[in-house]
Design a protein around this ligand. Structure first.
Ligand code: CA
Length: 237
C-alpha cells in the first residue's frame, strides 16, 4: 500500500483529499504546515507527497526546494497543489523538481490518475501490480511469491517484511541498495532501526527463496549493501 503525505493547511481540502485517497487504497498522513511536514518526513519517507504551495510560514515551494537539495529526499515523488494558475508558477514548481502540478480546484479522479502516473514512473513498488523478474513472480494482490520451473509452480513462504523487501528489490533489479536506503524504503523508518536488521531479514528472505532455487538471488555487495541478481538459468531475458 502506497504511503502518501498530504501537506495542506486548509482542513476541508485536506480531509477531502484524504478521503478520496483512502478510498482508493492509499495510506494517508496529513500535515498542515512545513514544520509538521518535515517532522513526518524525518519519521518516515512516504512514497509520494502532495504539497500545497501556499502554507502558513514556510511555503510549499521553499519546502520542496529544501527537499530537493537533501540527499535523502532528493528523489521523493512530489506533486504540487495550488490555487495559482499562472504559467510562471507552473514553471517554478517544475523547475524545483516537482514531478507534476495540479491547479485547484481539481477533480479527485484527475488527482488519482496523476498520482498513479508519477508512482508508475518513480516508485512502481508502491503500486499493486504483480512483478516478475525472469520467472520469479511476486503478486501483492494475492501475497504470493512463485516461480515456474518447467510444468511445476513452486511457492515460497515469505514473511511480511521479507515480502516488502523482495518487492522493492524486484522492481529495482540489478541496482545496489545500501542498508540505509533499504531501511528508508522498505521499513519506512531510518531513525530507530539498526542497519543490521536488514541483514537479518535478507537472511530470512534467502531461506524463504531456497525452495524456489533462488536463495542466491539477493546478492551481498561487500561494503555497500544488497542487490537483486538475475535468477539462475534466466539467460538474457
Ligand atoms: Ca494553502
Amino acid at each position: 500500500m502506497a504511503r502518501v503525505l498530504v501537506v495542506e493547511d486548509e482542513p476541508a481540502i485536506a480531509e477531502l483529499v484524504a478521503l478520496h485517497l483512502r478510498h482508493a487504497g492509499f495510506d494517508v498522513c496529513l500535515a498542515a504546515d512545513a514544520e509538521s511536514a518535515r517532522a513526518e518526513i524525518d519519521r518516515m519517507l512516504p512514497d509520494l507527497v502532495l504539497l500545497d504551495w501556499m502554507l502558513p510560514g514556510e511555503s510549499g515551494l521553499a519546502l520542496a526546494r529544501r527537499w530537493r537539495t537533501d540527499e535523502r529526499t532528493r528523489s521523493l515523488p512530489l506533486i504540487m497543489l495550488t490555487a495559482r494558475a499562472q504559467e510562471a508558477d507552473k514553471v517554478a514548481a517544475l523547475d524545483i523538481g516537482a514531478d507534476d502540478y495540479l491547479t485547484k480546484p481539481f477533480s479527485p479522479k484527475e488527482l488519482l490518475a496523476r498520482m498513479r502516473a508519477v508512482l508508475r514512473r518513480r516508485a512502481p513498488e508502491a503500486l499493486d501490480g504483480a512483478v516478475e523478474v525472469a520467472g520469479l513472480r511476486l503478486d501483492p494482490a494475492t501475497r504470493r511469491v512463485t516461480r515456474r520451473v518447467g510444468d511445476v509452480e513452486l511457492e515460497a513462504r515469505v514473511g511480511p517484511t521479507e515480502f516488502r523487501l523482495l518487492h522493492f528489490l524486484l522492481v529495482h533489479p540489478e541496482r545496489v541498495h545500501s542498508r540505509a536506503q533499504l531501511l528508508d524504503r522498505v521499513w519506512g523508518d531510518h531513525v530507530f532501526i539498526e542497519e543490521r536488521t536488514v541483514d537479518v531479514h535478507v537472511k530470512r528472505l534467502r531461506e524463504a527463496l531456497a525452495p524456489l532455487h533462488c536463495a542466491g538471488l539477493v546478492e551481498t555487495v561487500r561494503g555497500v549493501g544488497y542487490r537483486l541478481a538475475r535468477p539462475p538459468g534466466s539467460g538474457a531475458a
